[in-house]
Design a protein around this ligand. Structure first.
Ligand code: HEM
Length: 244
């Protein structure tokens, strides 16, 4: 039987966090349109921002793909596709390790830049500090899981435990005991993640929902010429209504 604390952490907190995340995003979108931005500090410093942000974001995309595959996709599905657990585990180790290296290196550059550059530091808010602390916590714990436990340690298959618990949340059948059997670092990683999701709508991270990915699907983007445009012939409809 799960204790009350375990129920609160793995049976109640996820729903509270998902509600705050969704309601918070809608509220912020409706009432803070001008604040819905990255609040970019590129004007203060550009070189390290490009290096750090590139590494961090590509590493994060890889980690997100790993989470979707490892936690949302059941083991039976990959096996039905003919992918044995041993192959899945190899891909997960290689992908997860690359993600850890990129995310840690990128976040390190972004952290040093933010606190090492006077102007960028002056533009840093309390919410930014909380975001950095939570990111570091989750990433260090994630690195300990992937590299410490799975690459060099005894290994832990989180798919039948954490994966099943996570999917159970969406069928409204959370089973905290599936998580409480996992090593403690996994449990702390997940708990910090729910607090991170609650902070998300109130931080600059909302820019993730405004990334201009639509451009990938807009091949008809019109380029502006450097030359001044030639005056166009007046069209018929433009003369309608004009006095003679
Ligand atoms: C409730 C949500 C989350 C769950 C259930 C979860 C679960 C996991 C699990 C099971 C692993 C271990 C992978 C392994 O052992 O190889 C992991 C790794 C990791 N997690 Fe999370 N995680 C969550 C949210 C997050 C968030 C929000 C971040 C944001 C930074 C994050 C960053 C990482 C990183 C960097 C790794 C190591 C690289 C990788 O394996 O992808 N996680 N996570």
């Amino acid at each position: 039987m799960a204790t009350t604390m375990q129920w609160l952490l793995f049976g109640v907190l996820p729903y509270v966090a998902m509600t705050v995340f969704l309601v918070g995003l809608i509220w912020r979108y409706r009432f803070d349109q001008y604040g819905w931005t990255t609040r970019s500090s590129q004007l203060y410093e550009k070189r390290w921002l490009i290096i750090g942000a590139m590494m961090f974001h590509y590493g994060a995309f890889l980690a997100i793909a790993g989470h979707v595959l490892g936690i949302l996709v059941p083991e039976q599905w990959t096996e039905a596709l003919g992918i044995p657990e041993s192959l899945y585990s190899l891909v997960s180790k290689v992908g997860g390790t690359i993600a850890v290296v990129m995310v840690v290196a990128g976040l390190a550059v972004l952290t040093v830049r933010r606190w090492g550059n006077d102007r960028v530091r002056a533009a840093t808010t309390g919410v930014d500090i909380a975001v950095f602390v939570m990111l570091w916590l989750m990433i260090i714990l994630g690195a300990m899981e992937t590299i410490g436990v799975n690459d060099f340690g005894a290994g832990y298959n989180y798919r039948p435990s954490i994966g099943e618990w996570f999917r159970g949340l969406f069928y409204l059948q959370p089973d905290p005991q599936l998580v409480t059997g996992a090593p403690l670092i996994y449990q702390v990683h997940i708990t910090v993640a729910w607090f991170f999701f609650m902070l998300f709508p109130f931080s600059r991270l909302v820019h993730a929902f405004s990334a201009p990915v639509g451009y990938l699907l807009r091949p008809y983007v019109v380029y502006r010429s450097r030359k001044p445009a030639k005056p166009q012939k007046e069209r018929k409809w433009q003369t309608i209504g004009r006095s003679r």
